[in-house]
Write a protein that binds this ligand. Structure first.
Ligand code: DLL
Length: 433
């Protein structure tokens, strides 16, 4: 099923002409309402009227997270505060939080895009959605919530945490769709098991998981453990929140970007050059319909590629590949680039290990060291030390073989790695301290 058949299956030519019209309107608007953009365009010697094709967008300078921080909290808003009906903010784990605003129309657009996303992910108005994304300044909880209401599904606004109670709700209310981060989903599975609740007896059909990187092998693990079909949803607060892009459950192969509202580009993060379809680089977004917080060529730091091939689901919107990580999450270990999700991918292939891991990076005598702490099941942990050591060596060998990086692998006891109720912290980088 498709929520908005007209826009989601629109022929590319018609879509592109809508994009151009909306782009020009957005550029005109920010040029008159946001001093930051006005100055930036002026410095680059460009006027919104100079943009006569989608390619012309390349003449416009990028916007970075630093720019948003410099204008903290409301400096990038394009409407007076009395038109702003909602404020969200990023968690600010990597510095000052970024603050975003929405007009009533923005909230409506977001709700529609989230309704589209839920349908692409397998939901219909007959479903009961167990929404375990956090409610609050984080966009996950309220984003899914408004989308579910727009769709007409039943939403359980359970938020993150209070995990045992979540399992009881799952048993008693019989939700059919689960929305949560992949890492919290695994924790839910673990607690359910402890409570003697089997997902075979629950009613879930689909899970819509995102807000953090996760690997294809993690998807398999989740699908097996929870007995559902897992789809990947992507978004970021600066661009809107969840619902910027989502996989369709039919193909589970790349996330459709809602291109009638967002223009996506891939650039070489070092040179800023726009890369052709298929090439991997940094994802850049321009919003086409946002009122309160438009973004122009916003550098997400997320690494992916774009695939324009038609999809079996009928949607014509371009697909982005699963995000492997953020450029600032990329570890450089003795010159080798590696994303935590790549390590995850290797770990998840090994039956004996559990999907709970953490990477610790240190610098000793000017040399980077990578330690991979990963949990093993109760059975294995009670085995002989020798067996554990063999397993550690085997995993280290696999990591070296697949990723070219040397790692010290430490198998740790069940439940020693902190569980997440939202986004998991996968890396502890002691080099920055
Ligand atoms: O995480 C919005 C969201 C909520 C998306 C719920 C999906 C579901 P932020 O907190 O601003 O917004 O974080 C955005 O999270 O730039 C990516 O680095 C990462 N991210 C989000 N979705 C995915 C995903 C929300 N599916 C940042 N795969 C983004 C990988 C993701 N990374």
């Amino acid at each position: 099923m498709i929520f908005d058949i007209e826009y989601e299956t629109m022929p590319r030519e018609a879509l592109e002409s809508i994009q151009l019209r909306r782009l020009r309107t957005t550029l005109e608007r920010v040029n008159t309402t946001v001093p930051f953009y006005q100055e930036k365009f002026k410095a680059a010697g460009i006027l919104p009227g100079d943009v006569n094709s989608l390619e012309d967008l390349q003449k416009i300078p990028f916007t970075t997270k630093q720019d948003l921080r410099d204008n903290y909290p409301f400096g990038m808003f394009a409407v007076p505060m009395d038109n702003v009906v909602r404020i969200h903010a990023s968690s600010g784990t990597t510095g000052q939080p970024t603050v975003v605003g929405y007009t009533a129309r923005d909230i409506n657009t977001w709700s529609i895009l989230m309704a589209r996303s839920l349908v692409a992910g397998g939901a219909s108005r007959d479903d009961i959605i167990h929404n375990a994304y956090g409610y609050g300044l984080f966009t996950g909880g309220l984003g899914v919530h408004y989308g579910a209401e727009k769709l007409g599904a039943s939403i359980i606004p359970v938020s993150g945490g209070n995990t045992k109670r979540q399992i009881i709700i799952m048993k008693d209310f019989g939700p059919t769709i689960l929305t949560a981060t992949p890492s919290y989903t695994l924790y839910l599975a673990e607690v359910a098991k402890e409570m003697g609740v089997s997902f075979e007896d629950l009613k879930f059909k689909f899970g819509i998981f995102g807000a953090e990187p996760w690997s294809e092998n993690m998807r398999k693990e989740i699908e097996n453990k929870l007995n559902l079909v897992a789809v990947d949803i992507y978004g970021l607060s600066e661009v809107m929140g969840p619902g910027v892009a989502i996989e369709c459950h039919e193909a589970q192969n790349g996330l459709h970007v809602f291109e009638d509202h967002f223009l996506a580009e891939i650039i070489n993060p070092d040179t800023g050059e726009v890369l052709p379809y298929g090439e991997t680089g940094e994802l850049v977004f321009t919003s086409l319909t946002k009122e309160a917080f438009p973004v122009i060529r916003y550098r997400t730091r997320d690494i992916t590629s774009l695939n324009p091939e038609p999809c079996i689901c009928g949607r014509t919107h371009i697909r982005m590949k699963r995000v492997s990580g953020r450029s600032d999450d990329m570890l450089i270990i003795r010159g080798v680039n590696v994303f935590p999700s790549q390590i995850e991918s290797v770990l998840m292939k090994i039956d004996e290990v559990e999907p709970h891991y953490q990477l610790v990076v240190d610098r000793k005598d000017n040399l980077d060291t990578l330690t991979v702490n990963v949990e093993v099941g109760e059975n294995l942990f009670s085995d002989e030390v020798r067996q554990l050591q063999d397993m550690e060596k085997k995993i280290a060998k696999d990591i070296k073989e697949y990723l070219g990086v040397s790692a010290i692998v430490k198998l740790v006891e069940p439940k020693t790695i902190a569980r997440s109720e939202g986004k998991a912290i996968r890396v502890i980088d002691n080099r920055k301290i």
